[in-house]
Design a binder for this molecule. Sequence first.
Ligand code: PHE
Length: 442
Amino acid sequence: MAAAREHWGSRFGFIMAAAGSAVGLGNIWKFPYETGANGGGAFLLLYLLFIVIFGASLILAEMVLGRASGRNPVGAFRLLGGGAWPGVGYLGVFTGFVILSFYIVIAGWTVAYMGFMLDGSLMSSTPEAIGAQFGGFISGGVTPVVLAGLFMAATVAVVLGGIGKGIERASKLLMPVLFVLLLVLIARAVSLPGAGEGIRFFLVPDWSKVTGATVTSAIGQAFFSLSLGMGALITYGSYLPKSTPMPGSAAIIVGLDTMVAVLAGFMILPAVFAYSLDPAAGPGLTFVTLPVVFSQMPAGTVFGFVFFALLFVAALTSAVSLLEVVVTYLVDETPLTRRQAALGAGLVCFGLGVPSSLSQGAVDIQVFGMDFLSAAAALTDLLLPIGGLLTALFVGWKLGPKALALVTDEGRQAFPLARVWLFILRFVAPIGIAYVLISGLI
Ligand code: PHE
């Protein structure tokens, strides 16, 4: 092993970085359109249910693995479990790689939309024209690919700075700004005439719309949004000093992430109904709906630009955590330096992102009957819960009571819910996740 492992500068810094990982496109882009496509309130309830019963406990389980081992996901499972367990770590690193490859594509769109807001090209348009411009842009070929590449470069730049000077510093600055802007935009959206119907759609469950696919999407969304099931929190946890109490930090991270998703629902769904757009429009929902709102509000150019800048920021802090999983793995386990690992992984991942980007209309690239990007996204919706299930089994059974000692730093830190936590990891999470996955597939 090389030099001593770097640590987060403060608990606040860690929480901002972990919340920065969790809060991302998953909350502001994916959650509202999944909710729209899956019938509204029922999806929201299932999502919240999965977060409460699996999410919070698993976040803590990952943090424990990271801090106890001081290693990347593969190293953590090897050190604490041995045998075939490092396979779970490899699965996580692979999943992170797949997510990042399509994540940079959507994040690249946010860059384009910052430009569209500034040059005013969406400002005087009708909702139909704004929709057409979105379709035209994403199927445009070269430009979206270049923007994904630029976004990847920005991600690599932060990761090159390391934990304290790169990730922690960026997150502490960017996350608070994000929260303030969200509040401003929600105030606008919920006061639109006709917003009430959207709020009702979001909050009142319509169980007739719920199918097996809805339930699988909700569990996938819960894991994706919390950055759970691929070792992001093992990785960030591995830079935690022993003194940091973990259960409280986990609760704050889960709370912030869930709050932002719900707030994003309140920002987007009322506007969808106020302007008679289709809530089931899919991935374009945020990119079409909000520009319609901006085009009709005073100082819309400014708000619109700031919104897409913030979506960019939210995406950046998440992408950084995805890349950091791969980079921490390479630095811990191979002779590569951080610089070589970040540049190399960034480049290869960008290469995998190119077909995702082109599959949005420029070229017909199909996998499993879906375009390449949707297939990558669907694959991660499956891999993350599987990773989470295996992590629960590992911490609940393989570590077992030892996990209780690790989470409380040998009893030095209080954790009144420790036994409930272990019970969830042993029984509730494995059985529940398996049940949801299997029933969803049938
Ligand atoms: N949680 C991020 C989001 O909501 C995505 C992500 C998934 C990041 C897994 C890291 C690991 O956008």
